[in-house]
Design a protein around this ligand. Structure first.
Ligand code: NAP
Length: 279
């Protein structure tokens, strides 16, 4: 029998952790499939998408810069992916391609797995870019009543509210004093900005964490301990990095491709190992 194929499409894809966590998942379930890196520039995208219509292809993950462009090249888009405005997973069923977005599930599942007792009422979200769109819908799924959105570019936060969740999102002035007041009532603070990968880099002054109530959770989408998370832990708050979101979004993709329950523990262990190799 032909070996099945699945891969990640992007430009670049060299840095992606997905192959390192997806391959062990296929192996653990004894599925004869290979997960590959498929570097693809914009001109190559149509042919690449055509290639996943073939019978040996399960589908693909799609990453930057193609999450929007791919929507023009496939047959169906799930309502969730349409609402988020981006496709990160393509599923091939007999040559028919459906685009989905698994980031919303990834964030929601990661947060509830880490904090099963969490009570989510008011949240503060930093950032209003692509990832913030999925996080907004995850916070909605988890039952948040109000999400204050703090973004350097306030107009972008306003657009996010209008396009994603007008009844849930509440853009606030991007100044420290406004944020200080909002944090006093937040049960969750999410960093959905890209600030934090490097030591000494943080989206907000770290002393603002003192404003959060006891028992609050700080979640960062960056895949490792950021200064924000280290400060949150020091302050006795819950702290969660973005690796769990990556793993759970990948697990949902695995389930869509195979119809089988993903071995999340296997994927998490592989992702942690891969991250450690790169540290
Ligand atoms: P994006 O669309 O480029 O948006 C970047 C966001 O970060 C914008 O809100 C931007 O604010 C803000 N920002 C950038 N630099 C900043 C700084 N120095 N201080 C404050 N805000 C800053 O990026 P994205 O796709 O949303 O990704 C955001 C982060 O999430 C990245 O670190 C990415 O790796 C991570 N991510 C993780 C997962 C996961 O599975 N864990 C999934 C997706 C993304 P302005 O609008 O004012 O420019």
């Amino acid at each position: 029998m032909t070996r099945l194929r699945v891969g990640i499409i992007g430009d670049p894809v060299e840095h992606s952790i997905s192959p390192a966590m997806q391959q062990p998942a296929f192996d653990a379930l004894g599925i004869d499939a290979v997960y590959e890196k498929w570097p693809t520039n914009a001109a190559e995208l149509p042919d690449r998408i055509a290639s996943i219509r073939l019978p040996d292809a399960l589908g693909a993950n799609v990453t930057a810069p193609h999450k929007l462009a791919v929507m023009e090249l496939i047959d169906d888009i799930t309502p969730l992916a349409r609402r988020i405005g981006a496709v990160n997973t393509v599923i091939n069923r007999d040559g028919h391609l459906t685009g989905d977005n698994t980031d919303e599930h990834g964030f929601a599942a990661s947060l509830t797995a880490a904090f099963p007792e969490m009570k989510l009422d008011k949240a503060v979200m930093l950032g209003a870019g692509g990832a913030a769109r999925a996080v907004s819908l995850a916070l909605e799924t988890l039952g948040a009543a109000d999400v204050a959105v703090w973004n350097r570019d306030r107009a972008r936060a306003e657009r996010l509210k209008d396009e994603i969740a007008p009844d849930l999102l509440r853009p606030i002035e991007p100044d420290v004093e406004t944020l200080r007041g909002e944090l006093t009532e937040a049960s969750v603070l999410v960093n959905a900005t890209s600030a934090g990968w490097h030591r000494g880099e943080h989206p907000i002054p770290l002393e603002l964490l003192d404003m959060l109530p006891d028992g609050a959770i700080v979640a960062d989408l960056v895949y490792r301990d950021t200064d924000l998370l280290l400060a949150a832990r020091k302050r006795g708050l819950g702290a969660l990095d973005g690796l769990g979101m990556l793993v759970h979004q990948g697990a949902r993709g695995f389930e869509l491709w195979t119809g089988k329950r993903a071995p999340v523990d296997v994927m998490m262990a592989a992702a942690i190992e891969e991250r450690a190799k790169r540290a």
